[in-house]
Design a protein around this ligand. Structure first.
Ligand SMILES: *[C@@H]1O[C@H](CO)[C@@H](O)[C@H](O)[C@H]1NC(C)=O
Ligand SMILES: *[C@@H]1O[C@H](CO)[C@@H](O)[C@H](O)[C@H]1NC(C)=O
Length: 383
């Protein structure tokens, strides 16, 4: 294990050995690393031509792109998730929180400028969480207040499908408890990460029939590939028949056989590989497969605070690129001083454009979406 980790780090750093965990890095480490990477064309850079945030959005929980490249943002408008969202020590919403958010919660924007194209989703959602756009441009969302997964068909503004029972949490075949994310395969089968309480992943057929489920809270036998602690984000690697799970509080991401290529689905998916080794990038909030590049991008929380030394303030990276063998390729989205001045930053979700060059990062706390790109020409040449 130790040797293996060393290899992963050696790949990233040719000249200098950096501590394995970012939390152990000094300001100098961060500075050296940043400069070394500054000319690395594989590292996405911030695209200042893309701007959404400010008054338009509340807490931004999710982001995805449709087949035309438009960016969809799921946010909580004027209703942040706070200590008074749920009744004390329960998963049940308080009476105030049971009134749906009266403002639009889904925003569709132009992928270059971030300019609004349309918005919808008012009077439906209570606590927006995940948003996933499938191959047919249907929008799947999870609401951790409703304890449901909902589907909004392409072109529509209201759901045509609800899974789970509204406001009622549970751990059986008909209930979820604060489900976090959905992943939809091209054959229509879909996976639900369920979520903050049940720590399981469920697989459904395209008609909504439960096919399999796996995952459990860590028991006396300790952490295994089948124990999860807040599965928070899902991504499919269909070519390898893998469903990958960001196991947030265990600070890792794991992949399982998705069973899309086999005639029969086993009741529990087989663990296949570790995509993000434990504690390399802190808690893993989100993962997204970059098919064009055959890589996975991830949002991690390596350090809560900036490092301040002398006159310089250095911020840790918020996003990471991994190859499919679980090796860190590059770190990026170093929070800039300008962004830091907006307040605490938490990348809650991220997604990749179809050409694999553009990345959209949903910052929950700053209530913004940032665009990063490896298309440096577009940034330098303007919009
Ligand atoms: C900060 O200042 C001290 C003393 O001048 C110096 O030794 C150190 O290298 C500086 N650190 C950085 C990161 O520049
Ligand atoms: C993991 O998945 C790959 C790609 O589908 C497959 O070739 C390999 O046999 C799997 N390994 C295990 C241990 O399941």
């Amino acid at each position: 294990m130790y040797l293996w980790l060393l290899c992963a780090v050696a790949l990233v750093t040719t000249s200098k050995a950096y501590p394995l965990l970012y939390d152990d890095w000094t300001a100098q480490d961060l500075k050296d690393y940043f400069l070394q990477r500054a000319n690395d064309q594989s590292r996405p850079v911030l695209d200042p031509n893309f701007n959404i945030g400010g008054d338009e959005l509340g807490q931004v929980s999710a982001v995805d792109v449709d087949s035309d490249g438009h960016v969809y943002v799921f946010h909580r408008a004027d209703r942040p998730w706070t200590m008074s969202t749920y009744k004390a020590n329960s998963d049940i919403l308080t009476d105030e929180a049971k009134t749906p958010i009266g403002k639009d919660t889904i925003l569709k924007v132009d992928p270059k400028s971030g300019q609004k194209i349309e918005s919808f989703g008012k009077d439906i959602f209570n606590v927006p969480h995940g948003l996933t756009i499938d191959h047919k441009d249907n929008i799947w969302v999870t609401d951790v207040g409703r304890h449901q997964v909902l589907r909004i068909p392409k072109g529509a503004t209201k759901p045509d499908l609800e899974l789970g029972e509204k406001f009622v949490s549970g751990d059986d075949d008909k209930h979820f408890c604060k489900p976090t994310d959905v992943a939809v395969a091209s054959n229509g089968d879909f996976f639900v990460a369920d979520g903050y309480c049940n720590n399981r992943v469920l697989k459904f057929s395209s008609t909504g029939k439960l096919l399999s489920q796996w995952g459990a809270q860590e028991g006396n036998n300790g952490m295994t590939p089948y124990t999860l602690n807040i599965p928070h984000s899902l991504t499919l690697i269909e070519e390898l028949d893998l469903i990958c799970v960001a196991d947030r509080e265990n600070s890792r991401a794991l992949c399982y056989n998705a069973g899309l290529h086999s005639a029969q689905t086993p009741s529990q998916a087989q663990f296949n590989r570790t995509l993000i080794p434990q504690s390399e990038i802190g808690r893993v909030f989100a993962i997204a497969y970059n098919k064009a590049a055959q890589e996975v991008v991830a949002a991690g929380v390596v350090s809560e605070a900036p490092i301040i030394e002398n006159d310089s303030i250095l911020y840790p990276p918020r996003a990471f690129t991994y190859d499919l063998e679980g090796r860190l390729v590059t770190s990026w989205a170093f929070i800039t001083q300008e962004m830091a001045e907006l307040g605490p930053s938490l990348i809650h979700d991220l997604c990749v454009s179809k050409n694999g060059q553009d990345f959209y990062l949903a910052d929950l706390d700053q209530q913004r979406v940032y665009k990063y790109t490896t298309n440096w020409e577009a940034v330098l040449g303007g919009a």
